[in-house]
Design a protein around this ligand. Structure first.
Ligand code: G6P
Length: 612
């Protein structure tokens, strides 16, 4: 949700900011802006509604705005419609403070009224303008340093923010503050960088600092000082980011999504290899000893979006394999439902970004209740990773496309690993089963590759679905969990209405939506449930549906029922989601491309949802 960047150094700032923003555009893309300061001169602010390329054209790709210090922003509207006036940066009328913001200031109305009484005038409908003017107000009132002014504002502001600010009296410097919204800072060769996320600055530096909650930073050229809320200096160690810059480029693919779909075999393999030792799994590095595992009475999986879909699959796998009761919940519900948690339970938060606001709040809720927490997270050093008791890093690398693919697949792999290890520790499976399951996991990357080799068939099928109005995905058990993800992939990037239903539930209402030619996709990878789902598909066919079946090689009799079949390689029924999801990702992708849509940046969405 919104991306921010900052730079102060020897080079020209604008091209670096625009480049950084282009890598953050997945966080929001309804407007963008930069503020550049050339030495002692006045800060120049340029903003544009729409995609970043409009701002780039407006500034001649940065060349028309000289200066070696600046901040930039790409916006996902919360307060106020997408417009040039609402785009960031915002500044105080006398140009004293200029800032960009990611997050939501919940009490902005109350603060705005206070500032209106003090004579401030507002030109946008944003909460950010309120924050900027509040900092300006305290700066002038106490005649202190920017750090004093910012911390006065921080104690008055409720909500979340990552702020990068420039002060008229401090040329060539940027100040930063953070609460619950992501922000990293980095230095290299006498230059300094600020960003919401790693890909924005990966090209320039891999040495980053994570600024903590309610902390501030003063950023000079090549030098960053951190402060706590009392304005006292605090020490921080930099961390080296292992991702390489190329991982955040398209590498010849037309879209990030397609590139990331193809990176799945490697991402899944890397994630497995990170805990595989001589044919066994080792979770001790993440702090899971046999004793700890044996004490786990139940599991609560909490996540949002596709990560929640992973949780749905994990529920079936863990309960069946390890015999541990599992409950899966959407984070935005969990956090407000006053959950009754078993003290010996384990709360697993699944999150690619590690910054999703609701997932982070759910983690805090669980910690407050004294329950052990495990984060399954992709972004190293993200808030959720830092705050959880245990962390399982998925090794998907940077995922840029808004619609997740490879991160989802690595999260699935992580949940199988947890299921197998928990099952073994709890003696729910024999050593032989344990080894067999692990060997089966090792075959999954190769099987995903095989599915990808046959993608043209799906492209052909997708071309015929371009004008579909509704699509229904049905399945039972793990196949239902896969249907949820397949349906989300379809609707989020193709804008075709789609729904996922447990196959047996369809007739309790939704079947009335089936008309002549409505596409119904049945996922049938679970041998025990195969015939049941076939029956439900036949029910749809009788009402005119056009059927696609997704099943394992060998189930050829499906062709008696369905109009189009996609086969996937066989695997243990617990792990079929990893294979079945791939054709559905490709289907969503190809339908979106065939409809001429912006696959990587679907309308109204953002990759990292750091607001409630
Ligand atoms: C957004 C993304 C989804 C993602 C969800 C949760 O909606 O578009 O792809 O699954 O957020 O994000 P997280 O970073 O917590 O996995």
């Amino acid at each position: 949700m919104c991306g921010i960047v900052g730079f102060t150094g020897k080079h020209q700032a604008a091209p670096i900011l625009l480049d950084g923003l282009s890598r953050l555009e997945y966080r929001g893309y309804d407007s963008a802006g930069i503020a550049i300061r050339d030495g002692e001169k006045e800060t120049e602010v340029i903003k544009a509604k729409g995609r970043l390329k409009i701002l780039a054209e407006k500034t001649d790709h940065g060349a028309s705005v000289p200066g070696t210090c600046g901040i930039g922003h790409t916006r996902w509207a919360t307060h106020g419609e997408p417009s040039t006036a609402n785009a960031h940066p915002h500044r105080s009328d006398d140009g004293n403070v200029t800032a960009v913001h990611n997050g939501i200031i919940e009490n902005y109305q109350e603060l705005k009224e206070k500032l209106l009484r003090k004579g401030y005038v507002f030109h946008s409908s944003t909460d950010t303008e309120v924050a900027v003017k509040l900092v300006d107000y305290y700066y002038k009132k106490y005649e202190g340093t920017p750090v004093d002014a910012i911390n006065h504002a921080m104690v008055r502001i409720r909500g979340s923010y990552a702020l990068a600010l420039m002060f008229k009296d401090y040329p060539e410097e940027i100040f930063a503050a953070r609460k619950d919204s992501p922000m990293i800072l980095g230095t290299e060769n006498g230059e300094s960088y600020i960003a919401s996320d790693v890909p924005a600055i990966l090209k320039y530096t891999r040495n980053v600092y994570y600024i903590g909650n309610m902390e501030m930073a003063r950023v000079k050229k090549g030098e960053i000082t951190f402060y706590n809320l009392d304005g006292e200096e605090i020490e921080k160690q930099s961390r080296v980011i292992e991702w390489d810059a190329e991982a955040a480029e398209k590498a010849g693919y037309e879209h990030f999504m397609m590139k990331e779909i193809h990176e799945q075999p490697k991402a899944v393999e890397d994630t497995l290899n990170s805990v595989l030792q001589d044919g066994s799994l080792n979770l001790e590095e993440m702090g899971f000893t046999e004793e700890i595992i044996n004490n786990i009475s139940c599991i609560y999986i909490v996540a949002c979006g596709s990560a929640w879909h992973v949780g749905m699959t994990a529920q079936y796998v863990i309960e069946d394999m390890a015999g541990i009761p599992v409950r899966v919940e959407v984070a935005s519900e969990f956090r407000y439902r006053k959950p009754l948690l078993d003290k010996n339970g384990l709360v697993i938060i699944i999150s690619q970004s590690g910054e999703t606001a609701d997932s982070l709040a759910a983690l805090r809720e669980a910690k407050e209740k004294g329950v052990r927490t495990l984060a399954v997270v992709n972004v190293v050093g993200s808030s959720i990773a830092r705050e959880a008791d245990h962390v399982f890093y998925t090794l998907a690398g940077p995922e840029i496309s808004v619609a997740t693919t490879k991160a989802y697949s690595t999260q699935l792999m992580a949940s199988y690993i947890l299921a197998i290890q928990f099952a073994f520790a709890k003696k729910h499976i024999t050593e032989e089963q344990y080894k067999d399951y692990i060997q089966e996991l090792e075959t999954i990357p190769g099987k995903i590759k095989r599915i990808l080799e046959d993608k043209e068939r799906l492209q052909w099928f997708a071309a015929k679905q371009v004008n579909a109005r509704d699509v229904f995905f049905i399945g039972r058990g793990i196949d239902y969990a896969v249907s949820l993800e397949g349906s989300l992939k379809m609707k989020e990037i193709s804008y075709i209405h789609s729904e996922a239903y447990p196959a047996g539930e369809l007739k309790h209402g939704t079947i009335s939506l089936i008309e002549n030619g409505t596409l119904v996709i049945g996922v049938l990878t679970q041998p025990e449930l195969f015939e049941k789902t076939v029956s439900n598909m036949v029910e749809c066919k009788s009402r005119g549906a056009y059927l696609m079946g997704l099943t394992g090689f060998g189930n050829y009799n499906i062709e008696d029922t369905v109009d189009f079949t996609v086969y996937i390689p066989g695997t243990d029924p617990h792990f079929t989601a990893s294979l079945a999801v791939v054709p559905l990702q490709l289907l969503g992708y190809y339908v979106s491309v065939a409809r001429g849509l912006d696959v990587d940046k679907p309308r109204n969405l953002a990759k990292s949802v750091t607001v409630e």
